[in-house]
Design a protein around this ligand. Structure first.
Ligand code: OOG
Ligand code: NI
Length: 458
């Protein structure tokens, strides 16, 4: 008997990411405009900065650049999150990292579903920032019970999607036809719905509690709320946005501009007001704003030591600002960030020597022509030009940045103060498994690349 041949999860993810982008481009025309602006900017950078072009060629990142995007969704129940984890697993996407956003006044905690091996990331780096609403933070017991009952009644997956997830789990994969059906059916979960599942009055009550609560509870499913392309120069995009009819948020989240980018820099524009029909109306007389646009620039992944330094400098700048960054204090914020981050070494070699970032190692032509190198240490090989390094790109998110993105899109009402603690255990119980520590993944990738180098030395 012939073994059925299965499509690799990486390819399913690549196809799903493309299908999602096509759907979103159709639903939100401004996303198309943003994609064009990013493509233009990236082409300009590749033409004018040979160092960056060379680095992207060396690491192979050039091939994934145009495919690269992340999306975000928000779900309401443990069962929804657990099934999403199974759906993403079919595409080789595992929950990486735990992000608690309650300290920033956003009643959710989150993880990012993504591929975890560098070879898989190379095929498709698609990621989805996935948040679970913390219903327990709704103070009014009656409203909380109402929200829970609305959520308990909905099913955010199509019956065919559920069947295909089960089939993938039982068979160990999906055939070509099943994979095509899976992409189509899975996409339905993320589609926008023009009608709400509650009345206008109920929507107002949910929204008065927190706009996020209405966004999660009042709809049939967890619509994708943004899809973010990766740019090679976010400052150019930020200044060009107004000329394209897009108004960006006041400041770029993340580290300041540097020669050697680290972690993640992000900017976004406000959610659009979209007409919706409440379930006590025949036509769309209400409106809801949830979907927005975002762009990001990715840099080197940091070690625990590098991350601690990043957090310290970011906190120092923010403490000195004494307020959330906004329109009025943006210039001062940028100046404070630049000032504090001057302490962070701005060369790859400097970051490597101080163990601040993760790298990939490559064997040079000089090494291929030499012999007896296996006895040398890593340091000696680098010093003598037998190995060279490129930074490992940061594949994850930043909690303070994510909170800033949420806030700029939700307005002032989001600045609630919750007296609760982060609860990774509760999140993982809902997820049905533990989240993966992202730092361990980078350390593994770095270790594999060093091993490969030693294996190919003479
Ligand atoms: C997610 C916001 C966070 C990011 O890139 O940090 C985020 C959301 O609004 O659901 O997407
Ligand atoms: Ni985002």
């Amino acid at each position: 008997m012939n073994q059925p041949s299965f499509v690799s999860p990486d390819l399913i993810r690549q196809r799903f990411s493309k299908a999602m982008s096509d759907m979103y481009r159709e639903e939100v025309p401004l996303y198309g405009a943003l994609m064009e602006l990013v493509e233009q900017t990236n082409r300009g950078v590749l033409d004018s900065a040979p160092d960056i072009a060379r680095q992207l060629h060396n690491t192979g990142e050039i091939e994934r650049l145009d495919l690269e995007r992340h999306g975000a969704i928000r779900v309401g129940t443990a069962a929804e999150l657990a099934t999403l984890a199974r759906l993403f697993a079919v595409m080789g996407m595992l929950p990486v990292g735990y992000y608690d956003l309650t300290p920033a006044g956003v009643p959710v905690h989150s993880t990012a579903f993504r591929a975890v091996h560098e070879a898989s990331l190379q095929v498709s780096p698609f990621r989805v920032f996935t948040s679970l609403l913390r219903l327990e933070l709704i103070e009014d017991p009656q409203l909380r019970a109402f929200a829970q009952s609305v959520l308990d009644q909905r099913s955010i997956f199509t019956p065919a999607a559920l069947a295909l997830i089960e089939r993938a789990e039982n068979q160990g994969g999906l055939t070509e036809q099943e994979a095509a059906d899976f992409v189509k059916e899975a996409l339905e979960t993320f589609r926008w719905h023009h009608s709400a599942t509650v009345t206008g009055e109920q929507y107002q009550q949910l929204s008065a509690q927190h706009r996020l609560v209405a966004d999660v509870v009042a709809f049939k499913g967890p619509h994708i709320n943004h899809l973010t392309p990766r740019t090679l120069d976010i400052d150019i995009v930020q200044t060009q946005m107004p000329a394209h009819g897009i108004t960006p948020k006041a400041v770029i989240e993340g580290p300041p501009r540097r020669q050697c980018p680290i972690l993640l820099r992000q900017t976004s524009f406000k959610a659009l007001d979209e007409p919706i029909a409440f379930n006590d109306q025949a036509d769309a007389r209400g409106s809801h704003s949830a979907r927005f646009g975002e762009i990001e620039q990715r840099g080197a992944a940091l070690t625990p030591k590098g991350r601690a330094l990043y957090d310290r400098l970011l906190n120092a700048a923010r403490d000195e600002l004494k307020d959330f960054p906004n329109e009025a204090n943006a210039a001062r914020y940028n100046a404070l960030m630049a000032q504090h981050f001057s302490e962070f070494p701005d060369s790859y070699e400097g970051m490597r020597q101080q163990d601040l970032a993760y790298f990939r190692y490559f064997v040079t032509d000089k090494a291929l022509a030499a012999s007896n190198l296996k006895t040398l240490t890593l340091e000696a090989l680098l010093e003598n030009g037998y190995l060279r390094i490129e930074p490992l790109v940061y594949e994850d998110f930043l909690p303070v940045s994510a909170a800033g993105i949420f806030q700029s899109n939700l307005g002032d009402s989001a600045q609630t103060h919750y007296g609760v603690h982060s609860n990774q255990q509760v999140f993982e119980a809902a997820l049905g498994r533990s989240t993966i520590d992202e730092l361990g993944l980078y350390a593994e990738s770095q270790r594999r690349s060093i091993e490969q180098c030693f294996a190919s030395l003479n």
